[in-house]
Design a protein around this ligand. Structure first.
Ligand code: GRG
Length: 290
C-alpha cells in the first residue's frame, strides 16, 4: 500500500462516523456524507499526517485535524460545482451534490461541512498545547476564508471571461487552491513542538506544493479525459478561465510546476528537514493523472 493509500484508509475509517445525525436533519447529513465519503484522493489530510509523522507524531493523533481539512475541501467542491459557480454535473465520477439533493440542500451541505470542520479541529488533541491548538484553528480559518481560498475563488469568479494577466492567475491559484494545501502542512507542523524556522520552512514548502498542484490541475483540464478525471475536462477553456496553460502553454506550465516545487524543497533542505512521506506525496502531485 502506498503512503497516500494508508492515510486515505485511516481517514476514511474515521470519517464514516464523523457526521452522525441524532435523527433530525437527516437529508442534510445524507448530503454532507454523500460528498465527504465520496472517493477523493485525500491529499490534504495525507499532507497533514505526513508532516506530523515526519516529527514522530502518529497518524491517529492527527485524524481530527485531517478530517477538518477534508471537510473544508469537500464543502468547497460542493459550492464550486453549483450552477452559480462552475455548474458541474460530475465530481469524483459521481453526480454532483446539487444534482442529487437539489441546490438549496447542496448549499447547506457545504455550510454544514465548513462549520463541522471547526467542531473537529476544536476537539481535544492529545499532546497539543491549547496555544498550538488555537494557532491551528486560526490557520484553518485564515487559509480557508476571505484572505485565502474564498478570496481566491471570488477573484476567479470576477475575472472569468476577462483578459486578465499572469499575475491574476498567480493570485487566483495561490489563494483558491494553494492556501488550503499550505494549511494542511502548517497544521501538521503544529502537532509536534518545532522551532519557528522549521515551521516557516514547512509553510513555504506547503505554498509551493499547493501552487504546483493547481498548475498540474490546469494541465489536466487540457490533456485529461473524463474517465481519468472523474469530472468534465476542457471546462476551463470553455468558460474562458484564467489558467497557466492559457498564458504559457501546457509544457511550460509543467516545467514551472517542477520549478516551484524545487523552490519549496530548497526551503526544507536549508533547515535540514528530510521527509520520505512528504517526498512521496509530492511525486503524487507532480505525476498525477486525476
Ligand atoms: C462560499 C459559495 C461559496 C463557494 C466557495 C471556495 C470555493 C467555493 C471553492 C474553492 C475553489 C476550488 C474548488 C478550488 C479547486 C481546487 C481543486 C483543484 C480541487 C480538486 O482537488 P483534488 O484533486 O480533489 O484534491 P479530490 O476529488 O481528489 O479530493
Amino acid at each position: 500500500m502506498s503512503y497516500l493509500e494508508m492515510c486515505k484508509s485511516d481517514l476514511n475509517e474515521y470519517l464514516k462516523s464523523a457526521l452522525v445525525t441524532d435523527g433530525r436533519a437527516k437529508t442534510l447529513y445524507e448530503a454532507m456524507n454523500y460528498s465527504l465519503l465520496n472517493d477523493g484522493k485525500r491529499l490534504r489530510p495525507a499532507l497533514c499526517m505526513a508532516t506530523a509523522e515526519t516529527f514522530g507524531v502518529s497518524r491517529e493523533a492527527v485524524l481530527p485535524a485531517a478530517a477538518a481539512l477534508e471537510m473544508i475541501h469537500s464543502y468547497s467542491l460542493i459550492h464550486d460545482d453549483l450552477p452559480c459557480m462552475d455548474d458541474d454535473d460530475l465530481r469524483r465520477g459521481q453526480p454532483t451534490n446539487h444534482m442529487v439533493f437539489g441546490e438549496a440542500m447542496a448549499l447547506l451541505a457545504g455550510d454544514g461541512l465548513l462549520t463541522e470542520a471547526f467542531v473537529q479541529l476544536s476537539r481535544p488533541l492529545s499532546g497539543v498545547s491549547p496555544e498550538r491548538q488555537v494557532t491551528m484553528l486560526h490557520t484553518l480559518a485564515l487559509r480557508a476564508g476571505a484572505s485565502g481560498m474564498v478570496g481566491g475563488q471570488a477573484v476567479d469568479v470576477e475575472l472569468t471571461g476577462q483578459d486578465g494577466t499572469l499575475d491574476d492567475v498567480a493570485f487566483i491559484h495561490l489563494h483558491k487552491t494553494a492556501r488550503l494545501i499550505q494549511a494542511s502542512i502548517e497544521i501538521g507542523a503544529l502537532f509536534p513542538e518545532l522551532p519557528d524556522e522549521h515551521v516557516r520552512a514547512l509553510s513555504v514548502y506547503g505554498e509551493s506544493l499547493g501552487l504546483a498542484f493547481q498548475m498540474i490541475d490546469d494541465v489536466l483540464d487540457v490533456v485529461g479525459s473524463q474517465d481519468e478525471l472523474g469530472k468534465t475536462p476542457g471546462k476551463d477553456v470553455a468558460a474562458a478561465k484564467l489558467t497557466y496553460p492559457r498564458f504559457i502553454g501546457v509544457e511550460e506550465t509543467r516545467k514551472l510546476a517542477a520549478q516551484v516545487i524545487e523552490r519549496g524543497e530548497q526551503a526544507l533542505l536549508r533547515v535540514g528537514i528530510v521527509s520520505s512521506s512528504l517526498q512521496e506525496l509530492q511525486s503524487v502531485v507532480l505525476e498525477r493523472t486525476h
